[in-house]
Design a protein around this ligand. Structure first.
Ligand code: GLV
Length: 334
């Protein structure tokens, strides 16, 4: 079976400059119309202008693919997001239109978990602050009270959202001899809890007990502002919040206030409520490490994500179920 009933090579619109490995795979079966301008994100108007005439959309988490955009792409048969998160796409609308949507799970799990730990260590040990201090010429010699931070080894890690990435973050905590608490809608298998030495804990208790709270939930209406002034108030004054999930999971204004007033000790953020804007009150906080959404940004992982997104489109036009379908209701195509 083939979903390419036009009997010609499908035409794929790639919205941003992506790793060559993804484009190379696309070129094996499709005509590719790609944005080659690195760092340029098309506006919605530009996207709407370019979409007609394409059979597939290869997009990124910075592209908002809503009902208006879908209405402008009558020929698009599949949307492949080069990201594990897909909150940039109106999935119910895609499903209503019978358009399969795919993501890139798995290949970025370890890379993202590594980065959550990078932020955790950087926040606790004041690495970014120390870098600024050194560059500003303030380092006049070792000091017994200089830039003291939180102890990581032996502390308590609270993981909120215990899917692939949350579990990978917990696995790394074994090497730091930490107590691991986790919260998710449902507890995981006892075997996984045992392997990771992790205990299911209601969210409020986790917040109250953890020295480090790391967020790994999907962004949905239910997780909007999951961490707000109330939850921050439940955390220890010595605790750190790490967010590599999605910005709007945290009420950024409440977090900035908590960091300024010492409600919590610090934070490490890779994601923001209104990317690429960062709350101005965060920008002037010393006790937060601010990364520009780079948790999956290694050469190997971005190549793997790019290839995976292309492979989903290839599968579709070969008549096969795309391996990373997020709306299975659309398969098989009507
Ligand atoms: C990155 O944030 C992703 O969802 O892949």
């Amino acid at each position: 079976m083939s979903n390419n009933d036009a009997g010609r090579r499908p035409c794929v619109l790639v919205t941003q400059a992506v790793p060559q490995a993804g484009l190379d795979l696309l070129h094996t079966f499709a005509d590719v119309d790609a944005n080659s301008d690195e760092g340029t994100i098309w506006s919605k108007v530009e996207l709407l202008r370019r979409l007609p005439g394409h059979d597939a959309l290869y997009c990124l988490l910075t592209d908002t693919i809503d009902a208006e955009v879908m209405a402008a792409m009558p020929d698009v048969r599949i949307i492949a997001n080069m990201a594990v998160g897909f909150n940039n796409i109106d999935i119910p609308e895609a499903t209503r239109r019978g358009i399969p949507v795919t993501n890139t799970p798995g290949v970025l799990t370890d890379t993202t978990a590594d980065f959550a730990w990078t932020l955790l260590m950087a926040a606790a040990r004041r690495v970014a602050e120390g870098d600024r201090f050194t560059r500003a010429g303030k380092f006049h010699g070792w000091g017994p009270l200089m830039l003291l931070g939180g102890e990581v080894t032996g502390g308590t890690l609270g993981v909120v959202g215990f899917g692939r990435i949350g579990q990978a973050v917990a696995r790394r905590a074994l090497g730091f001899n930490m107590k691991v608490l986790y919260y998710d809608i449902h507890p995981v298998d006892a075997a996984v809890e045992h392997e990771l030495n992790a205990r299911f804990t209601p969210l409020d208790d986790l917040l109250a007990q953890a020295d480090f709270v790391s967020l790994h939930v999907n962004y949905t209406p239910e997780t909007h502002h999951l961490i707000n002034a109330d939850s921050l108030g439940r955390m220890k004054r010595t605790a750190y919040l790490i967010n590599t999930a999605r910005g709007p999971v945290v009420d950024e204004a409440a977090l900035a206030a908590a960091l300024h007033t010492g409600t919590i000790a610090g934070a490490g953020l890779d994601v923001y409520e209104e990317e690429p804007t960062v709350h101005p009150e965060l920008l002037i906080c010393e006790n937060v490490v601010l990364a520009p959404h780079i948790a999956s940004a290694t050469w190997a992982t971005r190549n793997a994500m790019a290839t995976m997104a292309a492979a989903n489109i290839r599968a579709y036009f070969a008549g096969d179920r795309p391996p990373n379908l997020v709306n299975p209701e659309t398969w098989p195509p009507k």
